[in-house]
Design a protein around this ligand. Structure first.
Ligand SMILES: Cc1cc2nc3c(=O)[nH]c(=O)nc-3n(C[C@H](O)[C@H](O)[C@H](O)COP(=O)(O)O)c2cc1C
Length: 182
């Protein structure tokens, strides 16, 4: 699904969208490894690399994860062969202080992963509606983590259906320009 954009923008950016229909075809192990690697190539404040991943492929683990999710997402997300829980490590490893940029940097890693996945013919959908507090407590160092999203990754399903019937409208660049107070 290409966005109808005249601008000369990377095809992966134009094509990426949040699909809700995944094929059951597995994700190649090397592809998965290199999609994660692409995420780790994101820039980060002081090169802190706060992103953390938890990869779920087994049915039993999916069922465990399902307990933390809302019914709407449960309808489709478990069709995806791979789920990547994206977290941020909140402590600056140099000085032990709070890393304000953890979410910013981890979001960039998600962007890189989604585009690398797209380039390899996969589709993704990041979901943020799950019980972050309870799920966080299931992890070592949980109190030093924030959980940002569960990224569904897989090949597009035959009926490839986007989250919205039409490509979601984007605000114009002009509409998102900040203006200083008079
Ligand atoms: C951090 C984050 C959280 C999101 N949470 C959800 C969610 O809980 N459920 C859902 O269906 N989509 C979720 N999405 C997908 C967005 O709705 C989607 O990216 C947005 O509508 C733009 O559509 P597009 O990704 O197809 O361009 C989330 C996306 C991001 C980046």
């Amino acid at each position: 699904m290409k966005r109808k954009l005249e601008a000369d923008i990377m095809p992966e950016i134009k094509e990426r969208h949040s699909t809700t229909v995944f094929s059951s075809e597995p994700v190649d192990a090397k592809d998965l490894e290199e999609i994660l690697l692409a995420g780790t190539l994101a820039p980060s404040a002081y090169n802190g690399q706060p992103w953390r991943f938890y990869v779920v492929t087994e049915q039993a683990e999916k069922e465990w994860l399902a307990e933390y999710m809302l019914p709407a997402e449960k309808e489709w997300i478990f069709d995806a062969p791979v789920l990547i829980l994206l977290a941020g490590y909140l402590e600056d490893e140099h000085n032990g202080l709070y890393n304000y940029w953890a979410m910013f940097d981890s979001g960039c890693a998600w962007g890189y992963m989604s585009l690398e996945a797209q380039r390899r013919g996969y589709v993704t959908h990041c979901v943020g509606s799950f019980d972050r507090v309870d799920l966080r407590s299931m992890f070592q160092l949980g109190e030093k983590l924030d959980l940002y999203g569960i990224i569904a990754l897989g090949r597009p399903g035959k009926t490839e259906k986007a989250l919205f019937e039409k490509s979601p409208q984007r605000k114009s660049v002009n509409a998102v320009m900040l203006r200083r107070k008079e």
